[in-house]
Write a protein that binds this ligand. Structure first.
Ligand SMILES: [Zn+2]
Ligand SMILES: [Zn+2]
Length: 175
């Protein structure tokens, strides 16, 4: 399904849709993220010029994750677009030295034979789609290091103790 014969990409391009199964996605995304009921979907639009294939892809779907501050579960919406170019390995050898790629920002894969593989591309991109230390919200207060209380639900006793003793010391100094 995700192995595409380059000759089958017509002048009008080729659209490929694929549901990324939960058990395919989960080993890639690590323990902090996990799948929910919905699978992540991949959509690819392929165009080619000769044997150079340009892939415009988009990953969409719903995942869940454990907040890196408060350890609560939160929803994460995947919506990640990318562009990738596949260049025939034989064409690389015949390339004029010094010739500059059209766009240096583009990710390029050199391929052999007459097929391009979209599955490794989807695997690579889903990792890039996810933040390294996701938070349930920008202002997440995390958990108290002493008592483990989720501080988003309100202050804990030990935090207020610390504040109180500081105030007490401040008052002593002033006096
Ligand atoms: Zn949080
Ligand atoms: Zn506490």
């Amino acid at each position: 399904m995700l192995r595409i014969n380059v000759d089958e990409i017509s002048e009008n391009g080729l659209d490929v849709q694929h549901d990324l199964a939960r058990d395919w996605v989960e080993p890639l995304i690590g323990p902090q993220f996990y799948g929910r009921d919905t699978n992540v979907k991949a959509a690819f639009a392929l165009n080619r010029a000769g044997h150079t294939v340009i892939v415009r892809g988009r990953l969409t779907g719903d995942l869940a994750f454990v907040c890196s501050r408060c350890a609560e579960e939160a929803a994460f919406q995947v919506d990640h677009s990318f562009t990738h170019v596949f260049i025939e390995a034989a064409a690389k050898a015949t390339k004029v030295p010094g010739e500059v790629d059209a766009d240096d920002d583009l990710e390029v894969t050199y391929y052999d034979g007459d097929h391009v593989e979209l599955e490794p591309l989807a695997a690579e991109e889903i990792v890039l789609a996810l933040p390294v230390a996701p938070k349930c919200s920008e202002g997440c207060k995390g958990i108290c290091q002493t008592c483990g209380k989720n501080l988003n639900e309100g202050p804990c006793v030990c935090t207020s103790d610390v504040v109180d003793s500081r105030w007490a010391r401040l008052k002593e100094i002033k006096i």
